[in-house]
Design a protein around this ligand. Structure first.
Ligand code: NAD
Ligand code: TYD
Length: 354
């Protein structure tokens, strides 16, 4: 089986490339990635060392670039893909508030270009990695989103993801093209770009910088370890039904402030920094506009099919904190000048005001 992974140099994509090459000895992977600020070949150094040119092929390029994408699907550039797993996206809500243009370009147009080429060249299965954020926000309490619920996205990021998610549905309904859409909750684990909550808080705590918690910190997210997400996607290659949508969640919800407190407790015990010192870094700052209060998924459909999460947040959070402590050089390398500019633009006023 030849799998085209788009966005394979990002957080989830790189974990997936490594996972599938290890899990399926008969599988080859073509990784198409534009290498934006969030994409790093560093994330796949081991993979490239072991398998490049044999079972692993990297192509630098844009999923919205039709001529290149057609060459890839036709097999001119690399082995012709049987299956696609589409991770490539602009993925950070806060950046979509500053400028939504790349979100529309990549998340919507890019997905359309991939769907067209995949159809044209007869790809057998197209897995589109969507997100729980397309459903919009839930009140605090018990409700959970089901696959048939309406899509009510609130950020430019989630709106662009919802558009691509619905394009996939339309290609199935109109053209009978075999697409599976997955909607996963918030991921954590190694190689996550440090703009996202968990690595940001770990690194700021280690560096003695403020820990910017939006609003009152009561917003709730459901969390999954990235390898459990990868396992679910791999499982769906064999067991998913084309035309279907699958929520991928664990049921493990946490308010942001509780997550930040758990993280600093782990940082304190692993680094020896005094806990009170880290607690004093917590800064409640101006909220993210349109900030969704709560995400929670009903994942019964996937559970009934036979997948289940392999580990708990309790077990894996400490290990994740430890990974960032042990990979400080990776963290330094990926936080480029571009990232520092973004950080200043987004957090500058917030932290001064807060
Ligand atoms: P990420 O930002 O870490 O990685 C995105 C990758 O896509 C990067 O390697 C980037 O270089 C690449 N990319 C961006 N634009 C591209 C383009 N035009 N052409 C080719 N490559 C391009 O994101 P992530 O957190 O790994 O998320 C991956 C996917 O999973 C996204 O589609 C996201 O919406 C979805 N998702 C993420 C989460 C989460 O918690 N991180 C949860 C649910 C769904
Ligand atoms: P994030 O990691 O950006 O993921 P998403 O917005 O896709 O869920 O944020 C997770 C939660 O943490 C979200 O409710 C926003 C909040 N948050 C903060 O409070 N402070 C921060 O600096 C960041 C990046 C996020």
């Amino acid at each position: 089986m030849i799998v085209l992974v788009t966005g394979g140099a990002g957080f989830i994509g790189s974990n997936f490339v490594r996972f599938i090459l290890e899990a399926r000895p008969d599988c080859r992977v073509v990784n198409l990635d534009k290498l934006t600020y969030a994409g790093n070949l560093d994330n796949l150094r081991d993979v490239s060392h072991r398998w490049e040119g044999d079972r692993y092929f990297f192509i630098k390029g844009d999923i919205a670039h039709r001529p290149l994408v057609r060459e890839i699907f036709s097999g001119e550039k690399a082995p012709k893909p049987d299956v696609v797993v589409n991770f490539a996206a602009e993925s950070h809500v806060d950046r979509s508030i500053i400028d939504s243009t790349p979100f529309v370009e990549t998340n919507i147009k890019g997905t359309q270009v991939l769907l067209d080429a995949a159809r044209e060249f007869g790809t057998e299965l197209f897995i589109h990695v969507s997100t729980d954020e397309v459903y919009g926000s839930l009140p605090l309490g018990d409700g959970r989103f089901k696959e048939e619920d309406p899509l009510l996205p609130n950020s430019p990021y989630s709106a662009a993801k919802a558009a691509s998610d619905l394009l996939c549905r339309a290609y199935y309904r109109t053209h009978g093209f075999p697409v599976i859409v997955t909607r996963c909750c918030n991921n954590y684990g190694p190689y996550q770009f440090p703009e996202k909550l968990i690595p940001l808080m770990i690194l700021n705590a280690l560096e003695g910088k403020p820990l910017p918690v939006y609003g009152d910190g009561k917003n709730v997210r459901e969390w999954i370890h990235v390898l459990d997400h990868c396992r679910a996607l791999d499982f769906l290659i064999d067991h998913g039904e084309p035309g279907e949508i699958y929520n991928i969640g664990t049921g493990e919800e946490k308010a942001n402030i509780d997550m930040v407190r758990d993280l600093i407790a782990h940082v304190a015990s692993l680094s020896g920094k005094p806990l009170e010192e880290l607690e004093s870094l917590i800064a409640f700052v101006k909220d993210r506009p349109g900030h969704d209060l709560r995400y929670a998924l009903n994942s019964d459909k996937l559970l009934k099919l036979g997948w289940s999460p392999g580990c708990s947040l309790e077990e894996r959070l400490r290990e994740t904190v430890s990974w960032y402590l042990e990979n400080r050089d990776w963290c330094d390398r990926v936080r480029s000048g571009e990232y520092r500019e973004y950080y200043e633009k987004w957090y500058g006023d917030r932290l001064e005001g807060g």
